[in-house]
Write a protein that binds this ligand. Structure first.
Ligand code: ADP
Ligand code: ZN
Ligand code: ZN
Length: 736
């Protein structure tokens, strides 16, 4: 009987069927090389084996099997299927994102492909080759203390890792024949070597730990709501240790790795070589190695990483911790799959029959609502570790400051006074402004002309050095001196971004050392670590930054944090604006203060009466949640409805308008009044393509899979029409 394999390729394609030669010995989840098109060779994944010949003239055969074991476990295959189905994308798109670089599309012949196939990483161990006599040792001790030291530690410990030896001393000793280096495959420690030194929990932490353990008995997911600094990390580590000791894996998810270097070192201190960092900033090689090692491992590893770590081949995943579960970076926006890592984590750990712990000081309203209805367990931790006091928060009215002449540059007097006091005490200050660049836009004072991107419908941002930059497509041009429109007046920077704050604060406090942290200041993870490290060591007094500085950092010398313009947060054009503003400000407020010094927060705003600010001042999460949930219920937003946002793009505005109207009508026939739009998004042209949006609200409780089916059918009937050949439609399920 002939055998066939349905194969997933890392392309936007459905499954392809290939013939399987006799004796190929393939199994589901195996990686195979397949020829696709004239020359291209891809890694494909065997998804299904069967004996139904596809209805085509010639069926190509699969190439040889790659690796000595399947690339995907059966659980991973079910996870991929869930992602593809729920988030409405193809398995090929999941594959592109889920596997490290080795499995991405590549051209060239198979031989070239196989040459860089992964080989296990080896680690060099230094061992003694021959023991020098006492006289030689004495001479080394006098003349070459590093070589002497190396030999002494070798004598004590039997062997050393090459990485811990001084390279020059090692080279000299190898030349002299005293030591040798052995390469061994690095597969992590054996599961039995367990001697974690865990921080001792406080009574409040112990109670939370025990309550989580109890609730895990009959609930799959528990939400830990613990104020900033209450020691959630310590509780995670205790829970993780229990899983690791039992030989199960733990996944510790963080929103962004850039802010997590301090956390990673803390976790590594406790769990040592069992810790595997995994995120997109690692080299392809490191990612591939980690993937392969996890595939070979039988459990007992702790992966700490960003959302892509969900796709590693875990053996038995006992626990997933989703730290800062409310953070919006858990949702992948681009490209597909547009998955939410928190929701995917819950699915993944239930496939493994493990547990999920969501942690946050300010949980997402979705999670909070689930905890209130009992779908999730709930544990609260209300005191800070070491009895540190919650920060004192001052709301400073910007309009009043202007009226009274108490505003200098973009700072109200109160904030300036407090900065001065803190600097005098040798303490540090964080200043947050959620716009990068110098000014968000530039405008003519005479005729109102503003500089806009030629490819996108958006204003250009002024950066230091007089460059105007588009934050959507990267287009850059010099700032014009004179207004190109009326040719009479000068063009002025309007509003302010982090670069301007940096410049102003430096001139207001000339002796202060100021540093900026935003996407422009840290093109790479190492640049970020450098800035954070220098600030931590006290090489700077003030750090100015965007959203990034509100997260995760633990700076012990920071005692004052300032929000330069809360209005941006409060008025974001988004149904989550209030929730997000509250979360951001609470999280940022938690960055200041320590056990002996109470932290202070100054929030500048022109809306001091805004209820969100009242809740921030009193740290009243419950009132915020109650009020926002009531609003969401009235206007039918998550968690009371699921949102699917369809984004349509086309080069010609007219074709786009027609397509969007047609699709909305088509959808209305199936979903009636659950369809909203087509709408014009705030930025309706990017990279010379016009953009329209259609919003679908599906009431919770209704069948999402039925909704997705109807939606797919509607899209298919549109997309096959020749006039819409160049139309792009993106589905974003649970868009935020
Ligand atoms: P959270 O994650 O809840 O904001 P952390 O876990 O970062 O809080 O704890 C805040 C600070 O308190 C950290 O510096 C941490 O080392 C310290 N800390 C918390 N709990 C303990 C503990 N049980 N033993 C020692 N230090 C602790
Ligand atoms: Zn003008
Ligand atoms: Zn642009």
């Amino acid at each position: 009987m002939e055998r066939y394999a349905d194969i997933v390729l890392p392309l936007f394609q459905p499954l392809y069927t290939f013939a399987v030669p006799d004796g190929a010995g393939l199994g589901e989840g195996d990686a195979v090389a397949v020829q696709f098109g004239a020359k291209a060779v891809y890694t494909g994944i065997v998804w299904r084996l069967h004996d139904r010949r596809p209805d085509v003239k010639r069926v190509k055969s699969v190439g040889r099997r790659l690796y000595d074991r399947p690339l995907l476990t059966p659980l991973q295959m079910r996870f991929w299927e869930w992602i593809a189905d729920y988030y409405m994308c193809t398995l090929g798109e999941v594959m592109r994102m889920a596997l490290p670089a080795m499995a991405k599309p590549r051209g060239g012949d198979e031989e070239e492909f196989m040459r860089d196939e992964f080989r296990p990483r080896t680690v060099g161990f230094v061992v003694a080759a021959c023991t020098p006599d006492a006289e030689t040792m004495a001479r080394l001790e006098r003349r070459a203390p590093k070589q002497y030291g190396l030999l002494r530690s070798l004598a004590e410990r039997g062997e050393l890792r090459r990485s811990e030896c001084d390279a020059a001393a090692l080279a000299a000793l190898r030349r002299k024949g005293f030591v040798a280096v052995e390469e061994r495959e690095a597969d992590g420690p054996a599961v039995s070597d367990i001697d974690f030194v865990l921080p001792e929990l406080t009574p409040a932490q112990t109670a939370a730990f025990e309550s989580i353990s109890e609730q895990f008995a009959d609930r799959h997911t528990v939400l830990l709501r613990g104020v900033t600094g209450s020691g959630k990390t310590e509780i995670y580590m205790h829970l993780a240790a229990r899983e690791l000791v039992a030989g199960r894996d733990v996944l510790y998810l963080v929103p962004e790795i850039a802010m997590s270097s301090q956390l990673v070192s803390r976790v590594e201190e406790v769990f040592g070589e069992r810790v595997f960092p995994y995120h997109s900033k690692l080299s392809d090689r490191r990612r591939t190695e980690t993937y392969m090692r996890m595939g070979r491992s039988e459990g007992g590893s702790l992966v700490i990483g960003t959302r892509s770590a969900l796709f590693l081949p875990f053996a038995h995943l006992g626990l997933v911790v989703v730290d800062e579960e409310h953070d919006s970076s858990y949702k992948q926006a681009e490209p597909a799959p547009r998955y939410h890592a928190r929701d995917a984590a819950i699915m993944l750990s239930s496939l493994h029959r493990g547990h999920t712990l969501l942690g946050s000081a300010t949980p997402s309203l979705e999670s909070y609502a689930h905890a209130s209805t009992g779908k999730f367990g709930l544990v609260s931790l209300t005191e800070r570790y070491g009895g540190a006091q919650p920060p004192s928060i001052i709301v400073s009215d910007t309009l009043r400051a202007v009226k009274r002449g108490e505003r200098h540059a973009h700072f109200n007097r109160v904030l300036l006074d407090k900065i001065g006091e803190r600097l005098d005490c040798g303490e540090q200050v964080l200043l947050f402004q959620n716009r990068r660049g110098y000014s968000p836009y530039v405008s003519c004072t005479q005729c109102g002309w503003t500089a806009r991107c030629p490819h996108c419908n958006v204003a250009l941002t002024l950066h230091s050095g007089g460059r105007l930059v588009c934050h959507y497509c990267g287009h850059a041009e010099p700032m014009p001196r004179r207004c190109p429109s009326c040719r009479t007046a000068e063009v002025q920077p309007m509003g302010f971004g982090t670069e301007k704050v940096e410049q102003e604060i430096a001139s207001l406090f000339p002796s202060a050392r100021v540093v900026r942290l935003d996407r422009d200041a840290m093109p790479s993870e190492s640049a970020c670590n450098r800035i954070v490290g220098a600030f931590e060591r006290g090489e700077y007094d003030i750090m100015v930054g965007t959203q990034i500085i509100t997260k995760g950092f633990d700076f012990s010398r920071v005692t004052l944090v300032g929000v330069l313009n809360a209005d941006n947060l409060l008025n974001a054009p988004d149904f989550r604006a209030s929730e997000r503003a509250f979360q951001t400000m609470m999280q940022f407020a938690g960055r200041g203060g320590r056990r002996d010094v109470r932290g202070e927060v100054v929030i500048q705003t022109s809306e001091p009466e805004n209820p969100v600010l009242r809740w921030v001042v009193s740290g009243d999460y419950e009132s915020m949640a109650r009020s926002q949930l009531a609003e969401r219920r009235t206007f039918f937003y998550p968690p009371y409805a699921r949102l699917v946002v369809l984004t349509l793009r086309h080069g010609e505005a007219e074709v786009l308008r027609r397509a969007a109207t047609e699709l909305a009508d088509l959808l209305r026939r199936r979903f009636s009044n659950r369809v909203f739009g087509p709408n014009t998004p705030p930025v309706d042209r990017v990279r010379n393509e016009s953009i329209a949006e259609i919003l679908l609200k599906i009431e919770s409780g209704a069948s999402m899979s039925r909704a997705r089916e109807l939606l797919r059918a509607a899209l298919d009937s549109m997309m096959c029409r020749p006039e819409y050949r160049k139309l792009t439609v993106i589905c974003n399920v649970d868009a935020s």
